[in-house]
Ligand binder design. Structure first.
Ligand code: NAI
Ligand code: MG
Length: 486
């Protein structure tokens, strides 16, 4: 068995009480690694290390160029160790290896490079004032950032959180999900190898409630919390953070609507619909898990989608041919399976798909569900798409917006005016028109409604991971001028 420790103050260490847990390979359905299980005490040690590195260390005092140079070396090492990092995520949570090595690792490196460059190049405002002063904004590092990440994109999501935090001069304690801990330890080892000073990026492993996760959210020594995961967990973390008035950025669940109009390029719409709901076995917050198809093309669309779904190879995620691996854990497999029962109990049918071998679920299409049914309203987080018809544009927007979530939506149409009208009417954080998953890291990323609080990306990340300070300078010392500007 492999072994992964916490990384605190530059050292890979066991828990203070020596507790460990197993990480389970969901394809083999057997433990493959032993991981340090962090308690509140370990979280406290990690926060202290980050605090010391921030208060007394070089990192916040370096120029953005210096930090950027180190972060680019860090990204180089991530790329060099693609095989090791990709395999860690694949064995931890079942993601097909072509995805982890072809998408997640390169994207992690891109996140690190982007924020390193962004911190160096982003313009800042200056406001010439009529009274002979000018005001400018200084983006100061804020302190210790707690990053709590999920298991669906372990390395990628960790990098999305730590890259802007580090680039803007903060120190970090990362708590990866207990289902997918390995790549976080590897990431912290690589950061040290790249020259990130000890204590700047710490990793503490373990569970959430009554363990390392909760302790981080309750620590008065933490200055920012960035979290991605379930909406219910977001509420708990929000409450804990409120006690210390710690700002929180949260990206939570989703039930993405994918709207296909009859005038769309159906070949492309089918391709994107498949990617939108079956990538990573549907364990994607952005999944297009509600598919609304205009009635006149419904049958044809379902036929094509069915053929495409049935053609996806299901199996061992380490096999490069596999497109659908197992679900991340036994518990999660149970949750997704229970939704298949929820669907049929409400009178819907499983048009294709259903249970697979072990902890796999075959690419599934649910037909005949109602808009208010649980299967249409709740986040399943599996390879399950609910297909529903709509009649016109107004109908489509109303159905898409009829959810407590608001992370994203997709619109397929060749009518440019309609694309604009519909995009505007959707209450979501991201609308993709005639595409999906394409990201510009400068753009805001986050959700409306129960899908989150705040935005990250580009300047949005700067606002969250710094303390923007207004500095007002008197240039003209004439007291009369000064008086006039008040
Ligand atoms: P979760 O929200 O419980 O876990 C995410 C992270 O939060 C993990 O690192 C976990 O250890 C930590 N955590 C949990 N409780 C905490 C607490 N009280 N204080 C601090 N940290 C805490 O998600 P879980 O249970 O793994 O998955 C359940 C469902 O959540 C999934 O089926 C899916 O529907 C949704 N989910 C959504 C994600 C997204 O990308 N938006 C990612 C993961 C899960
Ligand atoms: Mg949970």
């Amino acid at each position: 068995m492999e072994s992964y420790g916490h990384v605190i103050a530059g050292e890979e260490v066991a828990s203070a009480d020596a507790a460990t847990f197993d990480s389970v390979d969901p394809w083999e359905r057997a433990p493959w690694a032993t991981v340090a299980s962090g308690s509140a005490q370990d979280a406290r040690r990690a926060v202290e290390a980050a605090r010391t590195a921030f208060d007394d260390g070089p990192w916040p005092r370096m120029s953005a160029e210096e930090r950027g140079g180190i972060l680019h070396r860090f990204a180089d090492l991530v790329v060099e160790r693609t095989a090791e990092l990709a395999l860690a995520d694949t064995v931890d949570m079942g993601k097909p290896i072509t995805e982890s090595s072809g998408h997640d690792v390169p994207r992690a490196a891109r996140n690190i490079r982007f924020f390193a460059d962004h911190a160096r190049l982003a313009p800042a405002e200056a406001f010439p004032m009529p009274g002979g002063q000018h005001a400018f904004t200084s983006y100061d590092p804020v302190g210790v950032v707690a990053a709590i990440s999920p298991w669906n994109f372990p390395l990628m999501m960790a990098s999305w959180k730590i890259a802007p935090a580090l680039a803007w001069g903060n120190t970090v304690v990362l708590k990866p999900a207990e289902q997918s801990p390995a790549s976080a330890t590897i990431l912290a080892r690589l950061a040290l190898e790249a020259g990130v000073p000890p204590g700047v990026l710490n990793v503490v492993h373990g569970f959430g409630p009554d363990a390392a996760g909760q302790a981080l959210t309750e620590s008065p020594e933490v200055d920012r919390i960035t979290f991605t995961g379930e909406s219910a967990t977001g509420r708990t973390i929000g409450r804990a953070a409120a006690t210390n008035l710690t700002p929180v950025s949260m990206e939570l669940g989703g039930k993405g609507a994918n709207i296909v109009f009859a005038d769309a390029d159906l070949d492309r719409a089918v391709e994107w619909a498949v990617r939108a709901v079956y990538t990573n076995s549907g364990q994607v917050c952005l999944a297009g898990s509600r598919l609304y198809v205009q009635r006149e093309v419904l049958d044809e669309f379902v036929d094509r989608l069915t053929r495409a779904a049935q053609a996806l190879p299901v199996g061992d995620p380490k096999d490069p041919a596999t497109r659908i691996g197992p679900l991340s854990s036994q518990e999660h497999h149970g949750k997704v399976m229970s939704y298949l029962d929820v669907a049929t109990a409400a009178g819907a049918t499983l048009h294709t798909g259903g249970p697979g071998e072990g902890w796999t679920v075959l690419p599934t299409i649910v037909l005949g569900a109602g808009q208010r049914d649980r299967v249409t309203q709740e986040e399943i987080f599996g390879p399950v798409v609910v297909v529903l018809p709509f009649d016109d544009e107004q109908d489509a927007v109303a159905l898409a917006n009829d959810t407590r979530y608001g992370l994203n939506a997709m619109v397929f149409t060749r009518d440019l005016s309609r694309a604009h009208r519909v995009s505007r009417a959707l209450r979501v954080g991201t609308v993709w028109t005639n595409c999906f998953f394409v990201r510009d890291l400068r753009a805001p990323f986050g959700g409306a409604g129960d899908s989150g609080v705040g935005r990250e990306g580009g300047l949005y990340s700067r606002d969250f991971f710094t303390e923007p300070k207004a500095v007002v300078m008197q240039i003209d010392p004439d007291p009369a001028t000064q008086e006039a500007a008040r």
